[in-house]
Design a protein. Structure first.
Lengths: 506, 335
């Protein structure tokens, strides 16, 4: 006989297990799939409310809305606006919500709601390769000279666009402003001064509108943030402090050149923001995000919901198989049919335990009684099993009807048991009874049920259900464990009792 | 006694072979899959061991088709005793032994009667594969009844006692006598309640006895002292078992022999997955013996040499030295 070295096997199995674990960790980190079921994740609900007076003419309102704001992932967007037509348009990086109506008069209120998840992976500004031209700025004397001087000062202390911006902010927000700074700030706000200076200095810059997120705040004002383009992406700076980057609690609502709100056919328009912090199950978010992440295309959320439900069940089978392996290899419990217990356990999952157990035992008992009669008919095996399948069908129907008449809807659950499996179980039990006696039938029957119940409990555990569906790669780990179990040459638990008489010898 | 346990360390110290280790390290490693049909099919076993001069009970007829069952009645008309076996049956399942006639009925070893219809139904079940592994269609083998040597038969209750010898790579490594009891319904099957009596490999003398894996001293039905048993022709029996290795090529197997009162030792069946209870019956583990055979640098080539090695290892003295067989250096026949 050829004896293969076991080393490659153990190596491969270890790799299998490691690969499963690694993929699961990656999925957790990449997609944020939670390890435990029922984990919650915060979600910000931000609402923009637009009020204006309509003139009784066709009205068209359009509002700039967040377009992949750094640090957030947009979960849902919705507009509430009775009577208005609504659409989201995108034009040259300017994402806008548009409301239109043929005729409106008097006070109008429109709502736009968006739900956003804080997302650390989206905090890096996304790539938008240029070239982007700086806006054309026309300054008059003496502003031109002041601007040049300031830019020269800042340039002298910086190496690139980002550091130049920081230096400019430092100069503009200095506690002891010099003449030039005072001159430039005298007729414009800080952010727009900065905008002008940067573009004047040849650095593409724009002003973004940010909202400070605080739970249950209403009528929050927008704050200006300055963004410069470094050739690859837009970098955000706080014009008040000079700090680069967007803080976690700031949502950049508008990151485009266009205006925040345009109203045609009305006056006195105002937009106000309010916000609310909610929590939703983390899984719900993962599911919504799945389409867009690289890992998402490898997940089961892509499947239609109906198939997902089926897979949810199928993916539990490996756990059932693992339980059977453990019970047979390590414990040594006798079952009738190797994987019959798993199939019963699957049926239990659908019927729930006690009704399922009652239904199973009654069907098998009745079936055994009827099989006794079949046995005396001297039939061929195939037709005997076939007859048994039909009888099992009658028994199931009978139990369902009687159960229903008596007011137990649980009677119906019996239909979840696979008929053929039931028929074979009855046949095997019956043969076992004739050959080895009732004792063996009880031992194997009880063993099968015990393993089935254990498999059911494992498959029913919320954690198992969660892990098996959301981390399908962990089945590689189960596979690895099963392969290793297949190499177990030690004693079974039952052998410790079986071989107990050996204590007398030696 | 319900919670009587032995520690794994104690079992290891006694060299007890476990079910998992037997399956992985012995059956899977030493038994070639392709040789299984030889032992799983009693008809094939008969033919293959016959070539190696191992005798087995006389084959009376084979029923392989449903319509042949109708002729069964005529063919058994003049037979008093016979045994019906499923060719692919395992663990003694589906074996029906008839020892005599009572009018139209047939008598089982227990004395209970079976009608011809029941026997025909039994044949139908066998053909449909009820007793075969995996339920595949089977044939029924009808053999001449083995009438056990009375010196052994008196220890057995309503059934033929058989001798199980575990043969590893052709070396007999452990043996036991299996005696039918009332509980086992005349079958020499340990898990059905037969008594297992461990036998000393050196001389065929009884060592310990167990029933249902628990030690006993006397036969539960006839009260005979089991320690008195000593098998005759022990050397011959071991040789017969060892020859089955050449016949099948199975490295790890159980050889079941019976001693017929007229024909002497006969091979009943071979088993590619012999059970572990033999260790309890012997009060010793199999592992040290299996490892000793595995450690042999130069295996013996003839059954006689192997049996000699096994018996000497078990402590036998004054047994004839077998002829040492060495391969010829020159071709035997030169033109």
């Amino acid at each position: 006989m050829i004896r293969h070295s076991k080393t490659p096997f153990y190596l491969a199995t270890t790799l299998l297990i490691l690969a499963g674990l690694l993929l699961a960790v990656l999925r957790h980190l990449q997609m944020g799939v939670p390890w435990l079921p029922g984990e919650q994740q915060p979600v910000w609900l931000v609402e923009a409310r637009i009020d204006f007076q309509a003139w009784g003419e066709p009205v068209s309102v359009d509002l700039n809305i967040p377009d992949q704001p750094p640090g957030f992932y947009t979960l849902t967007e919705q507009a509430a606006s009775p009577g208005y037509g609504f659409a989201i348009t995108e034009h040259q990086g300017d994402r806008r919500a548009e409301w239109t109506i043929r005729d409106a008069a008097g006070h109008q209120t429109l709502y736009f709601k968006t739900r956003l998840i804080p997302d650390q992976y989206a905090s890096e500004p996304r790539l938008e390769p240029g070239p982007i031209k700086p806006a054309e700025i026309f300054l008059e004397e003496p502003d031109t000279t002041a601007a040049r001087t300031l830019l020269q000062q800042a340039e002298a202390r910086s190496s690139d666009a980002a550091s130049l911006t920081r230096e400019l902010i430092a100069l503009l927000t200095s506690d002891t402003p010099d003449q030039n700074t005072r001159l430039l700030l005298s007729d414009a706000e800080l952010a727009s001064t900065l905008y002008q200076l940067l573009n004047f200095g040849g650095i593409p810059a724009r002003i973004a509108d940010g909202i400070q997120l605080e739970d249950a705040r209403r009528q929050q004002p927008l704050q200006p943030w300055i963004q410069i383009h470094d050739g690859d992406r837009w970098l955000t700076f706080n014009p008040r402090t000079g700090v680069q980057g967007v803080p976690e609690d700031v949502l950049l609502w508008r990151q485009a050149e266009g205006s925040l709100l345009d109203v045609v056919g009305g006056t006195d328009s105002i937009v106000r923001f309010s916000m609310l912090r909610q929590t939703v199950p983390a899984l719900q978010i993962v599911r919504a995000e799945a389409n867009e992440r690289a890992f998402g295309s490898l997940s089961l959320y892509q499947l239609p919901v109906e198939q997902q439900g089926m897979f949810r069940m199928l993916l539990l089978l490996p756990f059932g198989a693992l339980v059977v392996c453990l019970m047979r290899i390590l414990v040594g419990i006798k079952t009738s049919g190797t994987f019959m217990p798993v199939l019963i356990a699957v049926a239990f999952v659908q019927t729930s335990l006690l009704p399922g157990l009652a239904a199973f035992i009654s069907v098998v008992t009745l079936g055994l009684l009827m099989r006794g009669y079949l046995s005396s008919l001297n039939l061929l095996l195939v037709s005997r099993i076939s007859a048994l399948i039909i009888l099992v069908l009658f028994i199931t129907a009978g139990i369902s009807i009687i159960g229903y008449q008596m007011g137990f809807s649980t009677g119906m659950t019996v239909t979840f048991f696979p008929m053929v499996i039931l028929a074979w179980t009855i046949e095997r039990m019956s043969i076992l009874w004739e050959e080895e006696g009732a004792h063996e039938v009880l031992i194997q029957g009880a063993g099968s049920l015990l393993v089935a119940i254990l498999a059911y409990l494992v498959m029913r555990a919320p954690l198992a259900e969660h892990i098996s569906f959301n981390f399908p790669e962990l089945h590689l780990v189960v596979l690895g464990i099963i392969l290793l179990l297949g190499q177990y040459t030690g004693y079974k638990l039952t052998e410790l009792r079986r071989f107990a008489p050996m204590k007398r010898y030696k | 006694m319900m919670f009587d346990w032995i520690s794994p360390r104690a079992l290891n110290r006694r060299g007890m072979l476990s079910m998992n280790k037997r399956n992985i390290d012995y059956i899977a490693r030493y038994n070639d899959r392709s040789a299984y049909p030889l032992v799983d099919n009693k008809l094939k076993t008969k033919l293959v061991v016959d070539e190696c001069n191992v005798a087995s009970p006389k084959l009376l007829q084979v029923v392989s088709e449903q319509h042949e069952i109708g002729h069964f009645r005529e063919r058994v008309a003049d037979l008093d005793g016979f045994a019906i076996k499923p060719a692919k049956g395992s663990g003694g399942k589906g074996i029906l032994v008839i020892v005599g006639r009572d009018g139209d009925d047939f008598v089982k070893p227990s004395g209970s009667k079976v009608s011809l219809e029941e026997i025909e139904r039994h044949l139908t079940n066998i053909l449909a594969g009820l007793y075969s592994l995996g339920g595949s269609p089977d044939v029924a083998v009808i053999e001449a009844l083995v009438r056990s040597d009375p010196r052994l038969a008196r220890y057995s209750h309503e059934g033929v006692p058989d001798i199980r010898i575990v043969v590893f790579k052709g070396y007999p490594v452990m043996a036991m006598l299996r005696l039918a009891t009332h509980a086992s319904d005349g079958k020499a099957n340990l898990h059905q309640g037969a008594v297992g009596v461990g036998l000393n490999l050196a001389n065929g003398q009884a060592l310990n006895a167990v029933q249902f894996d628990r030690p006993i001293e006397f036969h539960p039905d006839n009260g005979l002292k089991l320690a008195d048993i000593r098998i005759d022709n022990w050397h011959y029996l071991l040789n017969m078992a060892s020859r089955c290795y050449e016949a099948t090529g199975l490295g790890y197997m159980g050889v079941d022999l019976v001693v017929d009162e007229t024909q002497g030792p006969l091979l009943l069946e071979l088993n590619a997955r012999p059970g572990l209870a033999i260790q309890i019956a012997n009060g010793q583990g199999l592992l040290p013996r299996l490892k000793a055979v595995e450690a042999l640098k130069r295996p013996h080539l003839t059954p006689e040499e192997r049996v000699h090695w096994s018996m000497v290892r078990a402590g036998a003295e004054n047994i004839p030295e077998p002829e040492r067989w060495t391969p010829a250096l020159e071709p035997m026949y030169q033109i």
